[in-house]
Write a protein that binds this ligand. Structure first.
Ligand SMILES: [Zn+2]
Length: 199
């Protein structure tokens, strides 16, 4: 009898705690803040490693114009910057590996072709490169959100921050000289929008 009473009391307490958790305010994610930058940086670096993105594709995404300006990233965009840095980090991994053989962060030789091989098979035109970058990033952001097992309010907070980051990026798009596209591949991916294509 006593056990039953205690169990009922515990259930009531847990119920109250759950109700309280449900009412909690969603976390504040500052678009462009350090947490935001880390999310995109690590989503990109981890995604590129897990998908074993070919180095030629990374080079294509990091293409610059004749004045050294990135063609596929908006200058000073809060979304583009950490994505670009994640790809740059991935591209220079052979320079920070410490006395190791092979490519220790990538799937082993028996893993078969890259799961994104088809996605990066054609990178001939600006549209190809923008579309591939957009689709990869959307995949990596979704994967990171799943992996972090965010609650619904947390998910919502992140999606909102991404949408605000996208808005900020789109606001500086026209002043980003050398940029090749009508909309930003990275920002569109982060904001859950389709990619519009080149200018
Ligand atoms: Zn952007």
């Amino acid at each position: 009898m006593r056990r039953t009473v205690m169990a009922a009391a515990l259930a009531a307490a847990l119920g109250a705690a759950a109700a309280f958790a449900g009412e909690a305010d969603p976390p504040v994610v500052e678009p462009g803040g350090p947490e935001f930058a880390r999310f995109l940086f690590f989503a990109t670096l981890e995604g590129a490693c897990e998908d074993a993105v070919p180095d030629a594709a990374v080079e294509a995404f990091l293409e610059k114009d004749e004045k050294g300006r990135y063609r596929n990233f908006v200058y000073a965009c809060p979304v583009c910057s950490p994505v670009l840095e994640g790809l740059r980090c991935y591209g220079m991994r052979d320079r920070f590996y410490y006395s190791r053989k092979g490519d220790p962060l990538l799937p082993g030789a028996g893993a078969g072709p890259s799961p994104v091989a088809a996605l990066v098979a054609r990178l001939d035109t600006p549209k190809d490169r923008g579309t591939a970058l957009h689709d990869l990033l959307q995949r990596w952001i979704d994967r990171r959100i799943e992996r972090l097992r965010l609650t619904d309010p947390e998910r919502k907070a992140w999606r909102q921050a991404m949408a605000i980051g996208r808005k900020k990026g789109m606001g500086v798009l026209d002043s980003s000289e050398g940029f090749a596209h009508k909309s930003c591949p990275s920002c569109d991916a982060a904001g859950g929008c389709p990619f519009e294509g080149p200018k």
